[in-house]
Design a protein around this ligand. Structure first.
Ligand SMILES: Cc1cc2nc3c(=O)[nH]c(=O)nc-3n(C[C@H](O)[C@H](O)[C@H](O)COP(=O)(O)O)c2cc1C
Length: 181
């Protein structure tokens, strides 16, 4: 059975922490250790049929990267390498971090950018998530009333993260690894 690959971008470490939680909740039997996208090659992603990818929002609802003041290369620098790469037949679940109180008008908006990139590469994106329980004005990451992936707020609602992860992983695990279902 192939494992789930977990990849994340981060600037201040919260998305890495969440990726590690995901890994420990899934277990080493079905997932590989999370990897920072700034140490990842496109081939590393392509070795998996099932992926969990995470990003925080920076700038104005942007993917993290040097242009929006992140310390190191990040998703923004990685994404151009995906141009023309075929992800058809691959299943991807996305998670995004944001800060709803401070960035209420663009909460976790960068998630839609990751969604569009991998959708455009032909991937089957799974794991939509309800907007219930969050307070924000607007997010680009909402399509048809739902977030396009799990959204977490480590600044304002860290106390809800473990429970949200448990529920979401319960939903996406059988979709990512149908042989478990
Ligand atoms: C300069 C800056 C811009 C940000 N822009 C947004 C934003 O547009 N939307 C949002 O929801 N959160 C925004 N955030 C909050 C971060 O996404 C949030 O703190 C996240 O947990 C950081 O993740 P990291 O520790 O993995 O880098 C911003 C934070 C900073 C410092």
């Amino acid at each position: 059975m192939g494992k789930i690959g977990i990849f994340f971008g981060t600037d201040t470490g919260s998305t890495r922490l969440v990726a590690k939680k995901i890994y420990s909740m899934l277990g080493a039997e079905i997932a590989d250790k999370p990897k920072n996208i700034n140490r990842t090659r496109v081939e590393d992603l392509l070795q998996y049929d099932a992926l969990i990818l995470g990003t925080p929002s920076y700038g104005v609802g942007d993917l993290p990267g040097l242009a929006v003041g992140c310390e190191e290369a990040n998703w923004a620098e990685f994404v151009p390498y995906l141009d023309g790469v075929d992800f058809s037949g691959k299943r991807i679940a996305l998670f995004g971090l944001g800060y709803q109180e401070r960035y209420a008008s663009r909460f976790a908006s960068s998630l839609i950018k990751l969604y569009r990139v991998f959708y455009g590469c032909g991937a089957d994106i799974v794991g939509r998530w309800s907007t219930e329980g969050y307070q924000f004005e607007f997010s680009d990451a909402v399509i048809d009333g739902q977030f396009v992936g799990l959204v977490l707020d480590q600044r304002g609602q860290a106390f809800l993260t473990d429970e949200r992860l448990q529920v979401w992983l319960g939903q996406v695990k059988p979709l990512l690894l149908p042989e478990l279902g």
